[in-house]
Write a protein that binds this ligand. Sequence first.
Ligand code: ZN
Length: 652
Amino acid sequence: MRLLATLLLSFLISVAFGQHDHRNCGTMEALEQQLQQDPSMRDRMEAIERHTERYQSGDNVQFRAVITIPVVFHIVHNGQAVGTGENVSDAIVLAQLDQMNQDFRKLNSDAGLVPSIFQGVHADTEIQFCLAQRTPSGTATNGINRVNGGQTSWTVNQINSSLKPSTIWDRNQYLNVWSVRFGGGDAGLLGYAQFPGGTASTDGVVVLFSSMGSVANPYPGGGNYARGRTLTHEVGHWLNLRHIWGDATCGNDFVADTPVHNTSNGGCPTYPHYSTCSGSPIEMTMNYMDYTYDACMYMFTAGQSTRMNAVLASGGARASLTSSLGCSAPGGGGTTCGTPSGLNATNVTSTAATLNWGAVSGATAYNVRARQVGTTTWASGTVSGTSVNFTGLTAGTNYEFQVQAVCGSTSGNYSGSATFTTPGGGCSDAYEPNNSRSSSLPLTPVNQNLSAQIATSSDRDWYRFANTSTTRNIRVDLTNLPADYDMELYQNGSRRRISQNGGTTSEVMIWNTTTVASNWYVHVYGYNGAFSNTQCYTLRISLSSSAFRTDGSTDGEVTEFEIPIEVLQSGFTMFPNPATDQLSLDVDLQADRAVRVTVGDITGKTHILRSFDLQKGDSRITLDVSRLPAGTFFVRVENGEVVGVQKLVIVR
Ligand SMILES: [Zn+2]
């Protein structure tokens, strides 16, 4: 409780209005105002924070499908023709949606600009967005709601008190986006969002109309903030992300894998830009939650992704969106046109592929668009059947395609992307023979992409690598899978991790460890004899000095718990012991300090990892241990250099 109270106090004294070349986000002012009007929001935010910490602690993170959130764009104008002034065109709205999808799925054309030191935490959030296909009352829509508001410009007060309540669609089913011209004392704002936990009638995101667009299709004449990144930033807030500088000098954004920033950055900072906060880290100025120009922000981190996914997970404040029907057109045919599904590519060669999809009821034709992953320009065409040949391709390259049904004079929405990889392009397996685990295998290069093949049903690939005392933490990514491949991580003969997603879904393993060894192994193999003798897979073994985090799409972050040699009774007291549901820790500090509490078991698995900002003197920390199985655990409290470890017994 004290943590959030401190956090909220810092909101009140921070000023989020930027300097001249900073973006101007009003989210924190909007929060301050809401907290004054509705003090109970503080408790709801605190509960959301506790849920997020539980989610981040890892033992309830599990594999899940990509989440698609239905979006309604309320285009607020003053009677102009569509495509004029505030009454922005459909094309700009579609470009904006496309940019948001690219940014959240790490498909943005500028993703390659992320510096190498941040590439390991650059995340696909596995959250995407569709234009709503049905209204709250169940009628068909294209997700663009044009509203003649009867006035040219709007203050935040006017928006919150009248515009939003009179136009909002059920916030439990839709992300509401209002596009407006800001006026009065709020002229100059780019946008603002409402955090999870706020009032239902005002929930959503408001953006300046001329901030809408995309990198490929910016709002005409919109300057440095016209490429759609304002909405990416604000939707980050709406999914509970803080500004990366924590809205305070060297503040806390509640994300572990972002560096500590002095304050906001504006314009387009030259890399590397060093923080003067403790440790002088290089600031992540290219993060969507900083204040830089649209063209100079291009990443979310894995920790930010986890924080956003927490509010969408079971029990999260926005979990109801995952079961919304908003992305599906109302049934029964009628005048609407469904979205194609079942997309796949067959007959894939180095230069061509056949793209296939399932028929949509009532469709008279299909628009198909395809492109190389990471590029911005679609190649498109229209066909009457449910397949098309896609030619002129480059060997060894990733492509994506989407399909839209046309039903007479109306058309539906484009589907999500399906991807495939063309074979060839110099793909050969330079690591064969590596069919068995052996310390005589050559060391595999780390922190770079490797291409290799599972060429027969009995082929299996073993890679040996070594970590070092300064780069101990391990992450392994297996991507571009031509078939159902799985992988395992071994330390000598002991298996540490396994990743076995179905189909061609990418695999990832994370093992944050204190063990330094020269014989770590990655084992890649085809499930049930799956193989491809034409297409390579991509393997990347990453080592880092800091712990890797997952993005919520895997079976969780695993941090190796250092089993204590001796139990240090000093430092804190702990009760009850044995415990069942709750554990209290009393800590006496000489000064205000950040304290980290870790609970691990005797196999070295970490079960709970939490941080607390405590004040000088006696503090009591309460841990929820109700999810721990019966058994023996160690509780470690770290406060700078002082470490206390005590043995805990859980009874059930
Ligand atoms: Zn902001």
